[in-house]
Write a protein that binds this ligand. Sequence first.
Ligand code: TRP
Length: 349
Amino acid sequence: MVDADQASNPAGAGFTKRVFSGIQPSGGLTLGNYLGAIKRFVEMQEEDYETIYCMVDLHAITVWQDPEDLRRNTRELAAGYIASGIDPAKSILFNQSQVPQHAQLGWIFNCVARMGWMNRMTQFKDKAGKNRENVSVGLFSYPTLMAADILVYHATHVPVGEDQKQHLELTRDIAAKFNNDFGIDFFPLAEPVIEGAATRVMSLRDGSKKMSKSDPSDASRINMTDSAEDIARKIRKAKTDPDALPSEAAGLENRPEARNLVNIYAALADMSVDQVLAEAGGRQFSQFKPMLSDLAVAKLAPISTEMARLMQDQAEIDRILGVGAQAAREIAAPILDRTYEIVGMIRSA
Ligand code: TRP
């Protein structure tokens, strides 16, 4: 894990060690979300941090979401967090839209961030593609809302996948420009916390693409709600190359599909890639794939069973999110108030 120490983060010095991270409820939960994010969220919850985890529903609607699907996906994501070990008594867990301060600070940041900075965001370019004239304005300003998510809590550490690094840099640029414009050390420069190996779980059909809930092919991903049979079938059909597994990590160079399956194995087993290859090196995929699917089923079945149980009681999920949102507002409200004051907004008593 890249340890984000406070010494390299002058503006973060003196701030509470506070983690914020978010996942979009824009589809079902995948193995990519679990290994790349939630597993680490659970670890950080047990460490010396205050932890705040969010379902970013306002981000999800930057592209079209059917309202019923959005509600279901938000609850399913909440169930996934809890089933994976996020304990609402230890972490603040809520959906973004229940805490209006995110959108409010997002507006201020729309007025801090520069068009030139936003135009460089690769995720926007990827998502907009050739369709630039016809995507929502929200998709373009997505990163300023993300900066607000983080900074409205004065969060100091943000566990994210590799693909979010640029958004984190933008968050730091926004914090620094705000502090500089108003001559005050108010927002911390939040550190990304990015772990190696399986931070980036790739598609089972194409090792150069991230495993995604929005990929049209369901065979490209393992969903946290997949049955044991589904998991086994998807791994059996996963794209590979004809060679045997190498006996050390360097041998996975230019073998993206092989690397992905080994990464997934390592992450699920809490082993390093080299440890996995020390055991499995020399084997064919016909032997390795069953090992991987047994491991995946063993690790994921308890989570999916618990998710299904939690999903039976929507009122309970909604109640948990309400309690989390209340706790989140208690932190965010005074920070937003102070921001408005710094900017020069009148605050009537
Ligand atoms: N953009 C993130 C993603 O797509 C989700 C996200 C929104 C987020 N707000 C955040 C992640 C704040 C970390 C912190 O994965």
